[in-house]
Design a protein around this ligand. Structure first.
Ligand SMILES: Cc1cc2nc3c(=O)[nH]c(=O)nc-3n(C[C@H](O)[C@H](O)[C@H](O)COP(=O)(O)OP(=O)(O)OC[C@H]3O[C@@H](n4cnc5c(N)ncnc54)[C@H](O)[C@@H]3O)c2cc1C
Length: 381
C-alpha cells in the first residue's frame, strides 16, 4: 500500500507540522505524566505554545493569529493526538477564538484575540450546568443589564480549561422568559474579577492532564460591551453556527488517536511472543489489526474530506455531526481492540494504550452527545 498523504497537506504545512511535532515532543511529552497527576498543565505551557505560533493558527494576522486556516489547526490537533496528548486544551481555546472572530465586534476581536494568540489569555466556553447539558436551552445562569454593565449569576460545571481560563464565554439567559432566543454569550475576563470563582478541578477517569472545572459566578459585573457581538439573544445561534468547526476538531483528534493506537499495537505485537511466536504472526491478531487498519483509513479519508470542506466554507452541520459520532464511536472500538492485544500490559497506566482507552471515552459525550448528533442527522433524512 502506498503511503497515504492527506490531500490538503503542502510543503508549508510540512514545516509547520515539524515545528508542532518538536513542540509536543520537547515541551509536553516529557511532562505529561506530571500533568495527569496534577490535573492541569503548567500555566507557562500556554505562553510557550503561543510563542512558537501554535495558538490561534487560523486567526488572521491582523488579530495576532498565525494567519493560516483550519488545516493548521488540524496539524496541531493531529500532532497532539498522535502522541496521546489530551492535557493541552488547544481545541477549546481555538473554538473560543472562533466565536470572537465570527461573531465579535471589531473592538472585541482587537481586545481579546491578540492576547489569546500569545497565550496570555486561555479561552474557555461555559455552557454546561448541573441541570443543563444536552438541553442547553435550559440554562439557568442569568445575565441582566444594569446600566452600562451586565451582572451575571449562576454556576457552570465540566468546563474545560476551567482552571487556567483568563477569558470565559459564559452562556447565560439575558431573557429568562425565552428559550433559545433568550440566550447570549457574555465574555468574562476572569483575572481579579470580583464574584468569579473556580471551584473544584474535577476527578475524571481519563484526560486527567486537562483541567475540567466548576465555575461560580456570583453577581459578576462586566461592562456591557462584553456581550459577544453586541446584540442580546444571539448566543444559541452563535453556538449552533460554529458546531461544524468544533465537531470536526474533535473528530480530527479521534482519527489521530486511532492512528497512534494502531502504530503502538503493531509495534507491540511484532515483538511480544507467546507460544513460541510473535503475537502478530497469529491469525486473530493479524485479522484484528487488518480490520483496525481498514477502519482507520476510512476514517482518515472521511476526515480529510471534512477538513477540505471546512477550509472551503462548505462543511454543513449534518456532515460534521456524522464525522463526530462515527469517528468517536470508532475511536472507542479501536482503543478497546488494540488494548486487548496488549494483554495485561494494556491495563497498566505506564502503557500509552491504556491512556488512549480511557481518554477516548468522553469523546462520545462532549461536543454534543453522539445520540444528540444522530438526532440532527436523522432530521435530514
Ligand atoms: C471531560 C468533559 C469536558 C467538558 N467540557 C465542557 C466545556 O468545556 N464546556 C461546556 O460547556 N461543557 C463541557 N462538557 C459538558 C458536556 O458538553 C456535557 O456533558 C454534554 O453536553 C452532555 O450533557 P450532560 O452531561 O448533562 O448529559 P445529559 O444531557 O443529561 O445526557 C445524558 C445522556 O442522555 C442521552 N441524551 C441526551 N439528550 C438526548 C437526546 N436528545 N436524544 C437521545 N439521547 C439523549 C445521551 O446518551 C447523553 O449522553 C464537558 C464534559 C466532560 C465530561
Amino acid at each position: 500500500m502506498a503511503p497515504y498523504r492527506s490531500p490538503w497537506m503542502d510543503e508549508e504545512l510540512d514545516l509547520f507540522r515539524d515545528a508542532a511535532r518538536r513542540f509536543v515532543e520537547n515541551e509536553i511529552l516529557p511532562h505529561d505524566a506530571r500533568y495527569r497527576e496534577q490535573h492541569h498543565v503548567d500555566r507557562e505551557l500556554w505562553n510557550k505554545a503561543g510563542e512558537v505560533g501554535l495558538l490561534c493558527t487560523d486567526i488572521p494576522a491582523e488579530y495576532g493569529g498565525v494567519g493560516g486556516d483550519v488545516r493548521h489547526e488540524a496539524v496541531v490537533v493531529e500532532e497532539l493526538g498522535r502522541r496521546g496528548i489530551t492535557s493541552l486544551g488547544h481545541s477549546v481555546h481555538s473554538i473560543v477564538a472562533h466565536y470572537l472572530l465570527n461573531y465579535g465586534t471589531e473592538e472585541q476581536k482587537q481586545r481579546w484575540l491578540p492576547r489569546m494568540a500569545t497565550g496570555e489569555l486561555v479561552g474557555a466556553i461555559a455552557m454546561t450546568e448541573a441541570g443543563a447539558g444536552s438541553d442547553l436551552q435550559a440554562v439557568k445562569t442569568r445575565a441582566h443589564r444594569d446600566g452600562d454593565h451586565y451582572v451575571i449569576k449562576g454556576s457552570k460545571t465540566f468546563i474545560s480549561n476551567g482552571l487556567h481560563a483568563g477569558l470565559v464565554g459564559v452562556v447565560a439567559k439575558t431573557d429568562a422568559a425565552q428559550r433559545a432566543k433568550g440566550i447570549s454569550i457574555v465574555m468574562v475576563e476572569t483575572r481579579d474579577q470580583p464574584g468569579y470563582r473556580v471551584g473544584r478541578v474535577l476527578e475524571k477517569i481519563g484526560q486527567n492532564g486537562w483541567d475540567t472545572a466548576e465555575l461560580f459566578l456570583d453577581d459578576v459585573r462586566v461592562p456591557a460591551d462584553c456581550l459577544l457581538g453586541g446584540v442580546e439573544g444571539q448566543g444559541f445561534a452563535q453556538l449552533m453556527d460554529d458546531l461544524p468547526y468544533e465537531r470536526t476538531l474533535l473528530a480530527i483528534g479521534g482519527v489521530a488517536a486511532m492512528e497512534y493506537a494502531l502504530s503502538l499495537t503493531v509495534d507491540y505485537t511484532r515483538h511480544r511472543k507467546a507460544f513460541g511466536k510473535a503475537l502478530l504472526e497469529m491469525q486473530n491478531t493479524r485479522f484484528k489489526l487488518a480490520e483496525v487498519k481498514t477502519r482507520v483509513h476510512i476514517a482518515r479519508v472521511f476526515i480529510d474530506d471534512c477538513i477540505v470542506k471546512l477550509r472551503d466554507g462548505q462543511l454543513d452541520t449534518v456532515t460534521a455531526s456524522m464525522a463526530k459520532w462515527w469517528v468517536t464511536d470508532l475511536q472507542n472500538n479501536v482503543a478497546d481492540e488494540c488494548l486487548q492485544l496488549f494483554g495485561g500490559y494494556g491495563y497498566m497506566k505506564e502503557y500509552p494504550i491504556s491512556q488512549l482507552y480511557v481518554d477516548s471515552r468522553v469523546q462520545r459525550i462532549y461536543g454534543g452527545a453522539n445520540e444528540v448528533l444522530k438526532e440532527i442527522i436523522a432530521r435530514s433524512l
